[in-house]
Design a protein around this ligand. Structure first.
Ligand code: ATP
Ligand code: MG
Length: 418
């Protein structure tokens, strides 16, 4: 127990963190290309923010939040998604009053959901998310979809499909709710407990339900797309125009409703097929009412969240290898009494910006060599008695076996060129 991480959490080991850093770097670059700047918001927020923002008929709020009372008896929740916190920050900071749109991204944000842990489903996962506040045009929706698509495609992920839908707005959705309810009412007894419970207030959720029987029952449910108002219809058409202009493949999937209540108009997912079935790597959409709903002014917005663990899973399943950067430029070995000399050289090399290290465990010279080899260092150095006496170091190139004796003060220059 003591030495086991909580269920549904994962350590990122020092031996694999380079994979995360590689992704993070790609994500930062992609976001910066389109003018998004990083925002960092707290890991926890007032519970009320998610009740109002995410919506109390969603799976996230009903089943998945890590909520607790703090010592001041406030109800606190660990972030179950990134958008509500970003919107709260926008309002509180007054950023909404500056030139719009306000484009922000968060990277590697820990997200907590009490889910049933399984492949690709953790209780703590990490998201790269983009939010664009104050943009009502469909070009903003398209820009995000394209950014996510190209990021994944550039990473080498194939068979990506972009699925889009529109779930309308408060003008047209009530009519759809009614049509869907009429359809579901005849099948009410077959729905799962959760869907029955939210049938009145949020029948849309049934389309998103993970239960097999709900998926079966809703197969022929009416489509929101048939009932969109003119404005939503127009927005959806313009989004498709942008995607077509950009030349990326997309598919309309009228079953995508997304797991959060704040969405309006556009919703989308980026899905790939793996050997274990389809996997959603990225989900997002437009949320024109969220900012107002949590106490700000009316401000249209659009965003997405992408799970880093799922992107890494996909890279693995497609056999895409992230190059591991070398840990050391040089690993210095030494004969026992020359430890101080080795130490001084390692320090001076580091000051010169060279990745250098030495043994700190009291290994024999032979064991140091073995260890140096294991680190994958391109060069190894030896300070034996002769070198110590002459103020030199013998440097061996592990790739071609060449050896040179170099004066200590020239070592940095030599290593840089070797
Ligand atoms: P799903 O339908 O798979 O439950 P979701 O709709 O709950 O996904 P979002 O809230 O849209 O997911 O989160 C955005 C992205 O975060 C997802 O596309 C996925 O990549 C990732 N993600 C969501 N939940 C988890 C989880 N429990 N473990 C790992 N990654 C997750
Ligand atoms: Mg979910």
């Amino acid at each position: 127990m003591l030495t086991q991480a909580p269920r549904g959490t994962r350590d990122v080991l020092p031996t694999e963190s380079y994979r995360w850093q590689y992704l993070e770097e790609r994500m930062r670059k992609a976001a910066a290309l389109a003018g998004f700047r990083e925002v960092r918001t707290p890991v926890f927020e007032h519970t009320e923010l998610f009740l109002r923002g995410v919506g109390d008929t969603t799976d996230i709020v009903q089943k998945e939040m890590y909520t607790f009372q703090d010592k001041g008896e406030r109800s606190i929740t660990l972030k179950p998604e990134g958008t509500a916190g970003a919107a709260r920050c926008l309002i509180e900071s007054g950023l909404f009053a500056e030139a719009l749109p306000c484009k922000m991204y968060y990277l590697n944000a820990p997200i907590f959901r009490y889910e049933n842990p399984q492949s690709g489903r953790l209780r703590e996962h990490h998201q790269f998310g983009l939010e664009c506040f104050g943009a009502k045009e469909a070009t903003a929706d398209a820009e995000l979809i394209l950014l996510a698509f190209h990021l994944l495609e550039d990473l080498g992920i194939k068979n990506l499909s972009v699925e889009i839908n529109s779930i309308g707005c408060p003008n047209c959705r009530p009519a759809y709710h009614k049509a869907l309810k009429d359809y579901l009412a005849d099948r009410f007894d077959g729905l799962c407990d959760t869907c029955r419970g939210r049938f009145d207030r949020n029948p849309l959720r049934a389309l998103d339900c993970k239960e097999k029987r709900c998926q079966e029952l809703t197969k022929d449910a009416p489509s929101m797309l048939d009932l969109l108002c003119d404005e939503c219809c127009d927005h959806f058409a313009r989004l498709q125009e942008c995607l077509a202009t950009a030349g990326i493949p997309y598919r309309i999937n009228s079953r995508i409703v997304r797991g959060l209540d704040y969405y309006t108009k556009t919703v989308f997912e980026l899905v790939t097929e793996t050997k274990d079935g389809s996997l959603t790597v990225c989900g997002g959409g437009r949320y024109d009412n969220l900012v107002e709903q949590i106490g700000g002014q009316a401000l249209p917005a659009v965003g997405f969240g992408m799970g880093l663990e799922r992107v890494l899973m996909l890279l693995d399943s497609e056999g895409i290898v992230i190059p591991e950067p070398p840990r050391y430029d040089i690993f210095l070995t030494y004969m026992g009494e020359n430890r101080q000399k080795a130490f001084a050289l390692v320090e001076s090399l580091r000051r010169e910006g060279i990745r250098a290290d030495m043994d700190h465990c009291g290994r024999s010279l032979k064991a140091q060599f073995k260890f140096a080899n294991k680190t994958g260092a391109r060069l190894t150095g030896v300070i034996g008695d002769d070198e110590a006496r002459d103020g030199t170091v013998k440097i061996r190139n592990m790739e071609n076996g060449e050896e040179s004796t170099v004066r200590v003060q020239d070592a940095a220059e030599y290593i840089r060129r070797a």
